[in-house]
Design a protein around this ligand. Structure first.
Ligand code: KG4
Ligand code: ZN
Length: 334
């Protein structure tokens, strides 16, 4: 069969990304233009600013993807795009760009759910076996997703307040670390010799849900109390205590879910999947339990378009195309 080339566009948050992937596996280009330096000035992502930057970057990044991959527009098989969930103005830029390309080149359009993309980032580097369980941990999501068969997702638990990455970013802000704070806390936690004791939100005994806002408040009040006593806490110890608290709950619930659902593998997905502490703890627990653990390489954990192309390839094979009036949806359901 002739090779399938999918061009994918991802603009759901603050990275403008375009990838060209062959046969759902081989990444020929995966250009990621991060707006992080701009948003750092504000300490977080400013939606209006994100949309404007996507508009400025998108055609350049598409051209760069063609140049890097050596693929010509005429060789493409389909155009894929993240159409939700995410920031509506940011999503719109990607959707309009993808539709224009698909229209001009007379190619099928494939709308992809952002979380399906994060999950299928694993497909780029691993052999997946159904059913599997996925721990999705990103800046906007914290979910346990049971994937019974290809493209059939069931969210069995999710955060009731902050996402894990969001909690990382808020605690980082309290420690006066730059945005996004996840990688900085990760680094500090590894340098720490001790950990500030912090609570774990287990919720009801049978629940697969998460909650991180109480932990965030506990960090803030520990910092304030110590400062008032004139004995400020070491940022490293706070980072380690926080990271251990988040990790303990994520690991415990993920393994319980694998067991309860008879999943063959545990997949890790989303930006926080880059966290070294989480990866190490999951590796240790999975090894003990005999559960195969799959995670994407770090560059495919955070937002990128190659993961969107990977998810789109599965839809392409099943002939699941989107209409040309595909809409951007900020709270699209998985
Ligand atoms: O998946 P992602 O790139 O964007 C969303 O879809 O949200 O995730 C971004 C999040 C940010 O909150 C960032 O702080 C976090 O992932 N993150 C990390 C690490 N690297 C990125 N959190 C903890 N440890 C890391 N090493
Ligand atoms: Zn993401």
């Amino acid at each position: 069969a002739s090779p399938v080339y999918i061009l994918a566009v991802e603009t759901s948050c603050d990275e403008t990304s375009v990838a060209i992937v062959r046969d759902g596996k081989e990444i020929l280009a995966n250009i990621v233009s991060s707006q992080v330096e701009t948003h750092q000035l504000y300490g977080g992502v400013v939606p209006e600013v994100a949309s404007r930057q996507h508009v400025e970057m998108i055609t350049l990044i598409i051209e760069e993807a063609f140049a890097k991959s050596g693929v010509r527009p005429g060789q493409l098989s389909a155009v894929a795009v993240t159409h939700g969930p995410g920031l509506i103005g940011a999503l719109l830029v990607g959707v309009v760009a993808a539709k224009s390309l698909a229209c001009a080149l007379e190619l099928p359009l494939i709308g992809v759910h952002h979380i399906a993309g994060h999950i299928y980032a694993n497909e780029l580097v691993h052999k997946l076996e159904y059913p599997f369980m996925t721990l999705v941990v990103s800046g906007g999501h914290t979910e346990l997703v049971y994937v019974e068969s290809e493209g059939v997702f069931r969210i069995i638990g999710q955060t009731r307040d902050d996402a894990a990455g969001e909690a990382y970013d808020k605690v980082a802000r309290a420690l006066k670390l730059p945005y996004p704070g996840g990688p900085h806390i990760d680094r500090l936690a590894h340098e720490a010799k001790e950990a500030v004791p912090l609570p774990r939100a287990w919720l009801e005994p049978d629940s697969y849900d998460f909650s991180f806002s109480g932990l965030k408040s506990a960090v803030l009040s520990a910092l304030n109390t110590a400062a008032m006593k004139g004995q400020p806490l070491a940022p490293e110890a706070v980072a380690r205590g926080f990271q251990e608290s988040v990790t303990d709950v994520l690991v415990e619930k993920a393994l319980r879910a694998v067991e309860a659902y008879g999943a063959k593998q545990l997949l890790l997905a989303g930006g926080v999947a880059a966290n070294k502490g989480l990866r190490a703890a999951l590796e240790a627990r999975c090894a003990r339990a005999g559960v195969p653990l799959l995670a994407p390489p770090l560059s495919l954990c955070t937002d990128n378009a190659a993961m969107i192309a990977a998810a789109a390839f599965l839809k392409y094979r099943r002939g699941q195309f989107s209409p040309m009036d595909l809409k951007a949806e900020s709270s699209l359901k998985l």
